[in-house]
Design a protein around this ligand. Structure first.
Ligand SMILES: Cc1cc2nc3c(=O)[nH]c(=O)nc-3n(C[C@H](O)[C@H](O)[C@H](O)COP(=O)(O)OP(=O)(O)OC[C@H]3O[C@@H](n4cnc5c(N)ncnc54)[C@H](O)[C@@H]3O)c2cc1C
Length: 457
């Protein structure tokens, strides 16, 4: 006989677990069906021995991510600041330079050019309503162009465009041509501003979790009791006779409502009976994930600190274009987190592990000198190959998706509800947004369960 609960939840990432917590607290029975053999989804720790870990998925928290900080505090997981002391490295147009603060030492004309473009972007972003980006002033025009075409019109130099591209790769794991300009504006506003998305201190990379972000998911899951079924990918959702039946590799489950927290493209691969409305299906056909390989390069010590460097580097060459000091709180061993993103992730993702490792280490040598060649270990996770994520950091929208299909992102279809960081208005794409989406959807489902007439749309 099928196991049953009031509410079924597909996905035990931060969104699904948060929704499960709130629904249980409201007195409803819940079953969480998770495709992987672990909880956490896009947050995952990897053991590096000696009681230490690195995070291969989401890891940082920053100001205004209150829901994430509150949840971690409630689970007794402290934070510590990302190492941010010393000079940063920029390797650009074949030259290496170092700098402090937010402004690199490059040609002042290029700096002025990029400064103007970014100021314009920030001011446009503030005008995008987070609940309905398609109602922004000029939404049609902004959504009909990509970040790349916008940058061509709003910058004078190819160097400024390259710096904007580095920003797009770092924030979205994608190239400017992949992104609707309206999406870039929505995303920036959702996290405060574009600057806040790229900053360390004062921005989205400010803090880390002692023991790793995956502890948040693991402890939350442990607090829920025996309601999570692992290795249970939902392949079919059938709505009939006032109930919902989810078919998984671990059997069938029944409920009166279901919440799908998988990112939209994976939600779109589930077989729905009856079929979803065309507007929802067409949205999920247009919701790709970013392209990212996250690598961690381990050294006996953080040697760059002795050179007065903070370990942050960026550049326009091959391999990694965005690097951070990711050493444990006690600074041992030394770890450089080197992201491979966008086109470079697409290119290196087709190469062998040896080729990828060499490309990443070569880029670290460019940034930090020959000592960077003496790595003790190299770890990587190619998120493009993760069946139950399909890429990261999150979903990105190309041209004409927000304006044509934005309304379909959160609108429930009968007893089927949508959550996941992609559906959040605040910090969409981030762990904080995932938690907010779980809270929002739990409230939506409680309303539906207690006042079915009120919630019907
Ligand atoms: C490399 C990387 C770096 C990142 N860096 C940061 C960062 O520093 N800070 C930050 O805030 N965010 C970061 N993020 C983003 C952050 O991790 C995500 O926004 C957040 O974890 C998403 O949570 P979620 O619950 O919405 O989705 P997910 O974590 O994707 O959870 C969805 C769950 O659904 C499961 N699933 C999928 N399909 C099915 C199915 N058919 N049936 C059942 N289960 C299914 C998946 O296995 C998964 O467990 C990063 C992500 C990655 C990958």
């Amino acid at each position: 006989m099928a196991e049953s609960a009031d509410v079924l939840i597909a996905g035990a990432g931060l969104a699904g677990l948060t929704a499960a917590r709130d629904l249980t607290a409201a007195g409803h029975s819940v079953l969480v069906l998770e495709a992987r053999d672990r909880v956490g989804g896009r947050v995952v720790n990897q053991d590096i021995g000696d009681g230490k870990i690195v995070e291969m998925g989401g890891q940082w928290a920053g100001p205004t991510q209150d829901r994430l900080y509150d949840l971690a505090a409630s689970l007794e997981i402290p934070t510590f600041p990302t190492y941010d002391t010393g000079r940063k490295v920029l390797h650009f147009n074949g030259k290496r330079g170092t700098y402090t603060g937010a402004i690199p030492r490059i040609n002042p004309l290029v700096l002025a050019d990029i400064g103007r473009a970014q100021a314009r972007l920030e001011s446009l972003a503030r005008r995008v309503p987070l609940h309905a980006p398609w109602t922004a002033p000029d939404a049609e025009r902004l959504d009909g162009q990509t970040f790349e075409t916008w940058a061509r019109r709003n910058t004078a130099s190819s160097s400024a465009r390259m710096l904007l591209a580095l920003g797009a790769e770092a924030v979205f794991g994608a190239e400017p041509g992949d992104l609707s300009m309206l999406h870039v504006l929505f995303y920036s506003h959702s996290g405060g501003s574009f600057q806040q998305l790229i900053d360390v201190t004062g921005g989205a990379q400010q803090d880390r979790f002692v023991g790793g972000s995956a502890l948040v998911a693991q402890r939350l899951a442990a607090s829920l009791g025996d309601i999570i079924r692992l290795t249970a990918p939902v392949s079919r959702i059938e709505v009939a006779g006032g109930k919902v039946t989810a078919t998984t590799a671990a059997g069938q489950f029944e409920g009166s409502q279901i919440i799908v927290t998988a990112p939209p493209h994976l939600a779109g691969r589930i077989d729905y009976a009856p079929a979803l409305p065309a507007w929802r299906d067409q949205l999920t056909q247009r919701a790709p994930m970013g392209s990212v390989i996250k690598t961690q390069v381990i050294y006996d010590e953080p040697f760059w600190r002795q050179d007065g460097l903070c370990g942050q580097a960026t550049g326009d060459g091959a391999g990694s274009r965005v690097v951070f000091d990711n050493s444990p709180p006690d600074g041992s061993p030394g770890i450089l987190l080197a992201f491979v993103e966008g086109d470079e992730a697409r290119r290196l993702g087709r190469e062998s592990l040896d080729v990828r490792r060499q490309a990443v280490i070569d880029s670290l040598v460019r940034y930090f000198g020959p000592r960077a060649a003496a790595a003790q270990d190299y770890l990587e996770l190619d998120w493009q190959r993760e069946k139950w994520s399909g890429g990261c950091y999150g979903t990105l929208f190309g041209a004409n998706v927000w304006t044509r299909y934005g309304h379909a992102l959160r609108t429930p279809v009968g007893p089927i509800h949508w959550a996941g960081t992609e559906t959040s208005t605040v910090w969409a794409g981030y762990m904080d947004g995932a938690i907010r989406s779980g809270e929002r959807v739990a409230a939506e489902v409680v309303t539906q369960l207690t006042h079915p007439g009120l919630a019907a749309r």
